[in-house]
Write a protein that binds this ligand. Structure first.
Ligand code: GLN
Length: 548
């Protein structure tokens, strides 16, 4: 029988609820329980695929492409989900199905399409019970399919948001239906430190717990994000005002290595506490493996310096899986990454600024869409080709390596992707054949896990040491084979194809270590199992560092 842990957030967003949820899951994995996760996103988008990464953070891609069929004869494909799933997959080592990301867009669409079909004939369709029923049904569908011992349900947003209310109401009903001892509610809040009085402040947490209580929800545990660990004083205060025992107030301070959080929770006996709430026998936790992993990250000394010239430089979360993949690969060599985002518009204004790239060990060009900042990215790639800087291009970044090569080596000065310049005489990157007639923007790219057939003798093969691997994709455009043939006579090599042998999945230069991949290897990188491509990239970067 599945037990449920609901995780809500208070005070403000962006406090690492995903890491907290994943770390709680880890406590149960330490005890040999099978864990799975649902994330609820209260926005009205069907999936986050059309969201701007600067506004929303990264879009995560699952291995599986889910056919979402709210009613017979209506189908959408979903593989683009919330970035928190990256955290779950990295912490829990699980492969998650897109069905585990429930959005308001999906919930409302389902109920409204069902209404049109006449499934509720005679009834007024309302948030309660129709929307809340659909939310509970979605949760139970995951429980039935995956049959985990523990199913974590993270509710996105902050308690008090209007759009999250139906979910909190659904959770209230769900807890009642499942009965005592079968669910636990964890509320994650933020405890600010007020400089002027040199004190941690409990009031925002008190208010958000009161809002929860007003909706009929009493948290069992309060996890408090803060810069420094919670003082005993504030723990006592929060216990008193929020109606939980002092041992249920858990400290979640800033950490240099996030993978340490489960161990910190374990020290505060959160695992045993939750087992007790869920009437589960508390098995003794096996922390050995995870401790070793954390020490690998803590003991990493020295740095590898990676430049990321790109468009979205505003928030760290836009490329979280890439940052983590770099970190994983660096840890394998006992070093820590120093990653610097470089806004490519500065290169467009003054190409002299490109010299900054020389001070890095490697250059990574990110995924991307649209036009803004692209010329600067191409300039960065041209510079990397000329200087033979270790270069890893991910998806758009791989396409840009090809465009830059066509420009500087093949002399096609205005070569481009038709995505960027629809009128270019050299569309060296163009729409995939099946994408030529696309109309709807949501969920229609080439998505999910696909086979990558690697060419023997290539640098890519040296990285994977395998002929066929499965990696995750999210693209509409691709490198045009005719131009690739021309480039192959001039120092570029196609190093991977799709299963048909027709679509180019990776390219590389014969000289140096410059690799462009059409896929997103970062989504499969794990803290204890770095992505082979990223590892090879870091290795090449460290080699350059030594020779510098
Ligand atoms: N915009 C490019 C395409 O659609 C690259 C996409 C990406 O970087 N994920 O092919």
């Amino acid at each position: 029988m599945t037990k449920y842990i609901m995780v809500t957030g208070g005070v403000m967003s962006g406090i690492g609820k995903g890491v907290t949820t994943a770390s709680i899951g880890k406590l149960f994995q330490f005890r040999n329980y099978d864990v799975d996760v649902i994330k609820i996103d209260p926005y009205l988008n069907v999936d986050p695929g059309t969201l701007n990464p600067v506004e929303h953070g990264e879009v995560y891609i699952t291995e599986e492409v889910w056919e979402f069929k709210p009613v017979e004869g209506f189908k959408l494909t979903i593989s683009e989900i919330d970035q928190d799933f990256g955290t779950y997959e990295r912490f829990l080592g699980k492969v998650i199905s897109p069905e585990q990301n429930i959005t308001s867009g999906q919930v409302y669409l389902t109920v409204i399409l069902q209404e049109r079909r006449g499934e509720f004939l005679g009834k007024t369709i309302q948030i309660i019970p129709h929307i809340t029923d659909e939310i509970k049904r979605r949760i139970r569908t995951v429980a039935e399919k995956k049959k985990p011992d523990i199913l974590l349900i993270e509710v996105g947003g902050t308690v008090g948001d209007i759009e999250a209310m139906p979910y909190l109401e659904a959770i209230r009903q769900f807890r009642l239906e499942e009965g005592k001892g079968n669910t636990a509610l964890v509320h994650v809040t933020y405890v600010p430190f007020l400089e002027t009085v040199q004190q941690q402040k409990s009031k925002p947490t008190q208010h958000s717990v009161r809002t929860l209580q007003g909706m009929g929800l009493q948290p069992d545990v309060i996890v408090c994000r803060s810069e420094e660990p919670l003082s005993d004083d504030i723990k006592r205060k929060l216990s008193l005002y929020c109606n939980v025992p002092p041992e249920a107030v858990i400290s979640n301070p800033d950490l240099e290595v996030v993978y340490k959080l489960p161990l910190l929770f374990e020290e505060q006996k959160l695992g045993d506490y939750l087992c007790n709430i869920l009437s589960l026998p508390s098995r003794s936790p096996d922390l050995e493996g995870w401790r070793k992993l954390v020490s690998l990250y803590e003991n990493a000394t020295g740095t590898v310096r990676i430049a990321m010239p790109g468009k979205y430089t505003q928030i760290v979360d836009s490329y979280i899986s890439i940052n983590e993949a770099i970190r994983h690969a660096a840890a394998a060599f006992g070093v820590r990454p120093h990653i610097e985002w470089i806004d490519t518009s500065t290169f467009e204004e003054d190409p002299g600024k490109l010299e900054i790239l020389d001070s890095f060990d490697g250059v990574l060009l990110t995924p991307g869409f649209g036009v803004r900042g692209v010329e600067g990215m191409i300039l960065a790639a041209e510079y990397a080709i000329e200087r033979k800087l270790p270069y890893l291009g991910i998806c758009f970044g791989g396409q840009i390596l090809f465009i830059a090569f066509c420009r500087v080596v093949l002399g096609m000065k205005v070569a481009n992707s038709s995505e960027v310049d629809p009128d270019t005489p050299y569309p060296v990157v163009d729409l995939l054949p099946e994408q030529r007639n696309f109309k709807d923007k949501g969920g229609t790219m080439r998505l999910g896990g696909h086979e990558v057939h690697i060419v023997r003798g290539s640098k890519l093969w040296d990285a994977y040491k395998q002929d066929v691997v499965v990696e995750r994709f999210r693209h509409r455009y691709h490198i045009m084979p005719d131009y690739a043939r021309k480039a192959e006579n001039a120092g570029l090599r196609v190093s991977a194809y799709d299963a048909t042998g027709k679509i180019i999945n990776a390219i590389e230069l014969e000289e140096g270590w410059l690799v462009g991949v059409q896929f997103h290897p970062e989504f499969k990188s794990r803290p204890d199992k770095p992505s082979p491509v990223y590892k090879a990239f870091i290795e090449a970067s460290l080699k350059r560092r030594k020779n510098m």
